[in-house]
Design a protein around this ligand. Structure first.
Ligand SMILES: NC(=O)C1=CN([C@@H]2O[C@H](COP(=O)(O)OP(=O)(O)OC[C@H]3O[C@@H](n4cnc5c(N)ncnc54)[C@H](O)[C@@H]3O)[C@@H](O)[C@H]2O)C=CC1
Ligand SMILES: O=C(O)C(=O)[C@H](O)COP(=O)(O)O
Length: 346
């Protein structure tokens, strides 16, 4: 009798348990604790951002596929995987609408001051992919002046009306980053939010980072906050998670433990993507699988600024979540592992 292939999966990927078991032996482990020993006999590794997938983990293993249930894949050494013939798949765009909801919650909080009107604010979006495009679309729907910067897209398709980063920074009241974390090439994003970047931002403006922590430099951001040059920082992704900078946490206007994309539908789409990848590898009848208990989002483009300000706190109380993280920073990882996934409703 043929033995079933072994799959190692992060135990905090929801809706997965039971789906692949008819076809494989699946072992569920804590993502940050998966070792070379665990993966040695496995053919597939199903991950989140918490497992560093590199030579140290994979050398000598039989892994053929790494499927991550996340958009970002900077936790995977793709060069090494390519050199070893390991296929890498991601869940592109899976939780983009969850991140959109996060940005809307930050904007609603900024806009809680009397007289604050979207039409009087310029929203600057850096990185206009799955997430940035949605933020652009809803930003315009809600009446913001929107400016965008995405050099890789601009090179591919001139005439999109995108600005240079310097132009965007000088015009924006709110700057939000939606770039991948990259360390090489002309568009590398490592440390892109630097002293020079913050100095170019308008006095009194707001900075949002829910892309990846190392895209920003903590020291210069702290300087800009201390001087009051940047008035509001909304941080979801941090340097050195979960050991985040306590002064930055204290000064942040919104502070969350890397949960911007944590919607029910975002998680469902992430899990569906990894199931599809495994299905394609082994020719299983699961390529169209989606968690039966989850209702996919029906996008609602009729949202209004006033309506959002009334409805959003019922789905996502970002102020309460900020207060809690400030009181319990040591619970960063525990908070994200036990997060009550939010419902996407627009
Ligand atoms: N906080 C959270 O929970 C989540 C964070 N993320 C992060 O957000 C990132 C973006 O997600 P998506 O929009 O889905 O990715 P995407 O790949 O669809 O879009 C990224 C865009 O950034 C652009 N880009 C690359 N380098 C740039 C640069 N130097 N300057 C300006 N633009 C640049 C690319 O051309 C692309 O259009 C992910 O890579 C991930 O790190 C994603 C989901 C959830
Ligand atoms: O999709 C991404 O990229 C993210 O950053 C995730 O939302 C974080 O996902 P987990 O690794 O916490 O599942």
């Amino acid at each position: 009798m043929q033995t079933k292939p072994l799959i190692i999966a992060d135990r905090d990927i929801p809706f997965l348990e039971g789906v692949l078991e008819p076809y494989a032996e699946v072992r569920y482990l804590k993502g940050s604790a998966i070792t070379a020993n665990d993966v040695r006999g496995a053919e597939v590794l199903i991950t989140r951002t918490r497992t560093r997938c590199d030579r140290a983990l994979l050398e000598g293993s039989r892994i053929r596929l790494i499927a991550t249930a996340t958009i970002g894949f900077d936790h995977i050494d793709t060069d090494y995987c390519r050199s070893r013939g390991i296929r890498v798949t991601t869940a592109a765009g899976c939780n983009a609408r969850g991140v959109l909801q996060y940005i809307m919650a930050v904007l609603c909080r900024l806009g809680a001051e009397p007289g604050w009107q979207p039409s009087e604010r310029t929203l600057g979006i850096v990185g206009v992919g799955h997430v940035g495009s949605l933020v652009e679309e809803y930003g315009r729907l809600l009446g913001f002046r929107v400016v965008c910067c995405d050099p890789p897209r601009m090179r591919l398709t001139p005439g999109l009306g995108f600005l240079t980063l310097d132009e965007l920074l000088s015009l924006s009241d709110i700057v939000t980053l939606h770039v991948p974390f990259t360390t090489e090439g002309p568009d590398k994003t490592a440390g892109m939010a630097s002293g020079e970047f913050f100095a170019r931002m308008r006095p009194g403006s707001a900075f949002i980072n829910c892309s990846r922590g190392p895209v920003m430099q903590d020291g210069p951001l702290l300087d800009a906050l201390r001087k009051g040059h940047i008035t509001y920082a909304a941080i979801d992704t941090w340097n050195h998670e979960p050991g985040i900078d306590r002064e930055l946490l204290a000064r942040a206007f919104c502070a969350t433990p890397h949960i911007a994309g944590y919607s029910v539908q975002g998680k469902a789409a992430g899990t569906a993507a990894v199931v599809r990848s495994v299905s394609e590898l082994y020719g299983l009848p699961l390529t169209e699988w989606y968690p039966p208990q989850v209702t996919p989002t029906v996008p609602d483009r009729s949202v209004t600024w006033d309506g959002l300000q009334r409805s959003l706190p019922r789905y996502f109380d970002i102020e309460a979540e900020t207060t809690y993280l400030k009181q319990h920073p040591e619970r960063f990882e525990e908070l994200r592992n036990n997060y009550p996934y939010r419902t996407e409703y627009f």
